[in-house]
Design a protein around this ligand. Sequence first.
Ligand code: EPU
Length: 417
Amino acid sequence: MDEIVIEGGARLKGEVRISGSKNAALPILASTILAPGTSTIYNVPDLIDIKTMGKLLNHLGAKVDIETGRVNVDVTNIKNPEAPYELVKTMRASVLVLCPLVARMGEANVSLPGGCAIGARPINLHLMGLEKMGARVEIEHGYVKVKAKRLRGSRIYLDIPTVTGTENLMMAATLADGTTIIENAACEPEVSDLAEALKKMGARIEGAGENIITIEGVDSLKPINYSVIPDRIEAGTFMVAGAITKGSIKIKDCIPGHFDAVMAKIKETGVEITEEDGGLRVKGVKSPKAVDLKTMPYPGFPTDMQAQMMALMTVAEGMSVITETIFENRFMHVAELKRMGADIKVEGNTAIVHGVPYLSGAPLMATDLRASASLIIAGLAAKGKTTLSRAYHIDRGYEKIEEKLSALGARIKRERE
Ligand code: EPU
């Protein structure tokens, strides 16, 4: 297993290019199932999760060819509507093949994802939506078995604006008989990007990116060439890395409108963010001010940036109150940050962070993707050496992170444990 070794204290400077979005690429790759033939998806990041989705599509009978930045998926011969436990347990987003399989083949047999490090994460709303569309849903031996000759359009209200739930049901509705209306839908940019890809296939979708999405079912969809949006969470992560090292970096190839809430909070600390041709310049300040934040569905502050922002707050001036409202166990980074000298108290879903003058490097353990990003950010600013073991967590969602940070002047390398 690899570990990431960081010698803290270097100010980041230079430019970094943001990769394609993991959470947009995954549903778009799953959506290719809906359109017999070969689709080519561009700007796909080189990540473990993308390889897992490739393996899963392969298992279903697709031919998948992954090259740098490009994935070809030939779904002509999809014949096995089963997502096995071995793949679902390594990546929950495997559940995104559920609705495309039902829509295309009339059935799916998908292992139920268990809980994960950050929360229980049930898929009851995905299943409720499918039942409303006329599918028969049964749970047996840890698998959800869904059957429907042809799904029918329906009005579906989501109790929670679930991201992958909205994506799954939107995909199901594209080939259903009649009109589907998804109310209280997730508005994340990744949902809109999937809708754009589906529309290019010939789907009729209105309102994606808003909380009511209307989908008019069509008889068939055709394969596409499509380029995925940049990763707003990677962009936010580099911004915080620039801020915590008091650096000056340019974030290139991002869509600033996708992370307004993150930029607003970073600016509130006193850090400067300005538009510069083809990107955003982030300039750190001597003493960033503590700010409070609460995670919310889009366009609120993203839960996927909470851990990274907490790292910045550990060395900010004053007290910060951070409330996590999306997942029930997303403070796994707290114990590790405390081992670096951070002053954090957790009460329920709230963390109270008192800024300290500095963090000190320590051996740390990665527990999940965004917690790992938080610990790397903390390590960049800490005095001395930080080693982060179980680096595979970071490789699930950040393309070549140590190469990108090294190019910005960070003293960071990967070693075999
Ligand atoms: N929920 C239910 N029932 C459902 C679905 C969700 O109760 O049927 C609950 C969840 O347990 C959670 C809340 O609703 O408490 C929101 O979960 P959501 O379904 O929106 O999350 P997700 O679709 O499983 C995606 C991202 C996550 C990101 C969340 C929230 C992908 C592949 N994953 O997960 O990304 O944190 O939305 O924005 O898009 C990451 O990249 O590190 C990551 C975890």
